[in-house]
Design a protein around this ligand. Structure first.
Ligand code: F6R
Length: 254
């Protein structure tokens, strides 16, 4: 795991935008895995700015990590709506290349299986963008998710629902279920780029990078991925025992 600690959130976000933009600029037909959440909002702002400066997403295929189950089509808090409003509507991406799990299918379990098959058909994902939950989740793989899990329906933990209720008018409106890529699905991406910002991510970051691999902290599964880069601001890195070593590795250029 390569750990980059930047002075602040803006610098960490810029780093992630540069990595994604460089991949899209230098390779044809890139397959990107995308994430939602508060951390990612400025990442999409940065990618839109890169598009306005000339970067084209016309040949890019995208797969989002997850989607709520049960929000109606076009619901403003559906991840599809988030992605349209914050990114897709502002760039030249081909709508037929955009993929999210279908959270309003009458049979969400079948929709999850279809999504896994679709990723297998278009994949592997070249670069999977990830955030990290306060409880260590990646996508909606909550603690105790199987490290071998595939795309499926997951029940959100109360703490995750509480955290995400900030985006809803009333906490009760926050969905209980999601369709999420599994941990094994995520681990098949060629590269993983995880962005975590702020003091409330310090504990899960420390667990993910330096803790024992455990389903209790799903992010620790990334320790088994051969090409994961974790980008942090100073606040999110405060729990790391070996921060000086990660800085030395960066300075060495390895
Ligand atoms: C979003 C996702 C989640 C978030 C995580 C962090 O698609 O899969 O795992 O990345 O909950 O969310 P924020 O950035 O809002 O703290």
């Amino acid at each position: 795991m390569h750990v980059s600690i930047r002075p602040d959130a803006a610098a960490a976000t810029k780093e992630v935008v540069i990595q994604i933009a460089a991949l899209v600029a230098n390779r044809a037909n890139v397959v990107l895995g995308l994430a939602t959440g508060g951390t990612m909002e400025p990442v999409y702002d940065g990618l839109i700015a890169a598009h306005r400066a000339g970067l084209s997403f016309a040949g890019t295929t995208t797969f989002n990590l997850d989607e709520y189950v049960g929000l109606g089509a076009g619901h403003p808090n559906a991840y599809r709506s988030y992605m349209q409003a914050r990114f897709f509507d502002h760039v030249d991406i081909d709508p037929t290349r955009i993929h999210l799990p279908d959270g309003h299918d009458a049979d969400p379990a079948a929709a999850a299986l279809r999504y896994e098959a679709l990723i297998a058909r278009h994949g592997p994902i070249d670069l999977q963008l990830l955030g990290l939950g306060r409880n260590g989740h990646i996508a909606f793989n909550e603690p105790t998710s199987s490290l071998g899990s595939r795309t499926r329906v997951k029940l959100l933990m109360p703490g995750t629902r509480a955290a995400n209720s900030r985006f809803f008018d009333h906490p009760d409106q926050t969905p209980r279920l999601s369709i999420t890529m599994g941990i094994a699905t995520i681990l098949e991406a060629r590269k993983v780029l995880l962005l975590a910002l702020g003091a409330d991510k310090a504990e899960p970051v420390a667990q993910m990078v330096e803790g024992p691999i455990s389903a209790l902290c799903p992010g620790t599964a990334l320790q088994m991925h051969p090409a994961t880069r974790v980008v942090l601001d100073m606040a999110a890195g405060t729990g790391l025992i070996h921060a000086e070593y990660y800085r030395a590795v960066e300075e060495s250029g390895l």
